[in-house]
Design a protein around this ligand. Structure first.
Ligand code: BDR
Ligand code: CA
Length: 305
């Protein structure tokens, strides 16, 4: 039976690759966009432009232009001002299916049985759907999240970008009772692109060519930021957790989102105690990935688009 997914995203270099892997290995019933790596207008335009390049007829619904509380946070130092630096995509001709991603998520959860939400941006749209209709959390098969970390953060010492950008939304999702899979930084930093992949993609068609350009751009950025020409393939992990679950080792854990701490706001606090009884789990937390096999699946996804 086909795996039905909605991809909620903020493209974003690794979001773009997650969308490719999702379209290759699942039935993507819709894309919803959220403010994150770049403002909503940019992430939505990027999703449309990517869909057009790849020839997908997947509807794109734009959603939240900012977090539940506070000001939007973006990541131009990583993804460029447009969110998809280096892509060089023409302005899309196609239009958004709607500007009501929350309505789309709710409607899709009613129409489509066993629907998974792959959430690879700030969790604002998903939280708004739960706040509007708490039964959404039970109706969906689950939510596969790229977000948080069972170790260190990447925005602050403790907070990962997608959760840091909207901690209140993440708290709603982790408290919702939905089946959750969490691919945090402790997992996603284990699988990285590097320059050696570029020749495998360049010249292999419009989508692989795009990914070759995206890798070149983000490896330049990483060279500046961390001194290494490689970049974590964060968001595809949340897709692989559904399409290739045998490649990712998950453990049930209690996860809560810190909303108050001066040093820890936006941290996913994962119960990893071993000597005491753990709190009841609310998520499957990813710890290990078969890096070689997963990388081949990702490349297959890109080359198959
Ligand atoms: C996450 O933040 C974004 O910049 C990436 O697209 C990914 O979803 C990694 O922290
Ligand atoms: Ca993302």
């Amino acid at each position: 039976m086909a795996l039905n997914v909605v991809v909620d995203c903020d493209p974003g270099h690794d979001d773009a690759i997650a969308l490719m892997v999702a379209h290759r290995f699942a039935n993507v019933v819709g894309i919803s966009t959220v403010c994150g790596n770049a403002p909503l207008a940019d992430t939505s335009r990027n999703a449309l432009a990517l869909a057009e390049l790849a020839g997908w007829d997947t509807p794109v619904h734009s959603g939240a232009a900012g977090p539940l509380a506070g000001e939007p946070v973006h990541a131009p130092h990583v993804h460029g001002e447009t969110g998809l630096g280096g892509a060089g995509l023409p302005a899309p001709k196609t239009e958004l299916a709607s500007t009501d991603a929350v309505g789309f998520l709710l409607d899709a959860s009613k129409r489509i049985g066993d629907l998974w939400v792959v959430a690879v941006g700030p969790l604002t749209n998903v939280a708004l759907a739960i706040e509007k209709d708490a039964a959404f959390a039970e109706r969906v098969a689950g939510i596969s999240i790229m977000g948080g970390s069972a170790t260190a953060g990447n925005v602050t010492r403790t907070a990962e970008f997608n959760v840091y950008a909207d901690p209140e939304a993440a708290a709603v999702v982790f408290g919702s009772g939905a089946r959750l899979k969490m691919c945090g930084l402790n997992l996603t930093t284990q699988i990285q692109s590097e320059d050696g992949l570029i020749p495998r993609l360049a010249g292999q068609g419009p989508v692989p060519d795009l990914v070759a350009r995206l890798f070149a751009f983000i490896h330049d950025r990483m060279q500046e930021l961390v001194g290494e020409r490689r970049a974590a393939l964060h968001d595809p992990c949340a897709v692989l957790a559904l399409t290739h679950p045998h490649l990712i080792r998950m453990e049930p854990r209690a996860v809560d989102v810190e909303l108050a701490g001066h040093w820890t706001r936006g941290m996913t606090v994962v119960d990893q105690r071993t000597l005491r009884r753990q709190d009841p789990p609310n998520a499957e937390v990813a710890y290990g990935i078969d890096v070689g096999a997963a990388l081949e699946v990702v490349l297959d996804g890109v080359l198959g688009c």
